[in-house]
Write a protein that binds this ligand. Structure first.
Ligand SMILES: [Zn+2]
Length: 161
């Protein structure tokens, strides 16, 4: 880290401390050339990628909006609010781990569908039917098959076709 006073490139760290939460590191530095001291902070940067919509426009990731659409799909289904929060945490975690600055809205839709499929099949169908917009009846029955056919039978059918 360059000295902000004289521009020397050889500053030394004299003290390193973490805050109580352990998410910020504070370093005291000394410049051997001009003997001035300064402090730097190190933080984890957690920034969710921007969402690129189908029409190409961009928007900030909106957890509340995502939660609302999941809750709509889960209406009157036996799934509690806590499970939805955990699902949202997992979705955010996946998005963060992509390490990308942008993500297609389809990708988020897929992540939501994966979570709903695990939580409640009816909610999954509801969400998928709106999300995928079911262009034809064939596509719809494909989704129905996906959620009603046991995994083992499904893979056998796939392998045979
Ligand atoms: Zn200096």
């Amino acid at each position: 880290m360059k000295c902000p006073f004289c521009g020397s490139a050889s500053t030394q760290v004299t003290d390193t401390r973490e805050n109580d939460e352990g998410d910020i590191i504070r370093r005291r530095r000394r410049c051997p050339d001009c003997d001035k001291r300064f402090t730097t902070y190190e933080r984890i940067e957690l920034k969710l990628p921007q969402v690129v919509k189908k029409n190409g426009s961009r928007a900030e990731f909106d957890r509340d909006k995502l939660q609302a659409s999941m809750k709509l799909a889960l209406r009157k289904r036996p799934v509690n609010a806590e499970s939805v929060e955990h699902a949202l945490d997992r979705i955010e975690g996946r998005l963060l781990s992509l390490g990308e600055r942008e993500v297609q809205s389809e990708k988020i839709g897929e992540l939501v569908m994966r979570e709903l499929k695990r939580m409640d099949k009816i909610a999954y169908i509801r969400f998928a039917s709106v999300y995928r917009n079911f262009e034809d009846a064939e596509e719809f029955s494909e989704v129905i098959r996906e959620v009603t056919t046991p995994a083992r039978t499904k893979s056998r059918t796939r392998a045979g076709s």
